[in-house]
Design a protein around this ligand. Structure first.
Ligand SMILES: [Cu+2]
Length: 69
């Protein structure tokens, strides 16, 4: 499973690290690749992850999810 998450609020490398950690804490997530300029993260997981789980993780970290595709 692979999803691209568009995120609002990331401004520096610290945000990238924060978002990466938040997403990696979701069970089943294998890789996280954050693109700061593109304002998105690509997540690969070995199970089907609900959009709500991703949304919760990002929002708890203090950022806003614009869309998930
Ligand atoms: Cu930052």
């Amino acid at each position: 499973m692979k999803k691209r998450i568009f995120i609002e609020g990331m401004s520096c490398q610290h945000c990238v690290t924060h978002v990466t950690q938040a997403l990696k804490e979701i069970p089943g997530v294998k890789t996280v690749d954050v693109d700061l300029k593109g304002k998105y993260a690509v997540v690969e997981a070995d199970r089907q992850i609900e959009d709500g789980e991703i949304r919760d993780a990002i929002e708890e970290a203090g950022y806003e999810v614009v869309k998930i595709e």
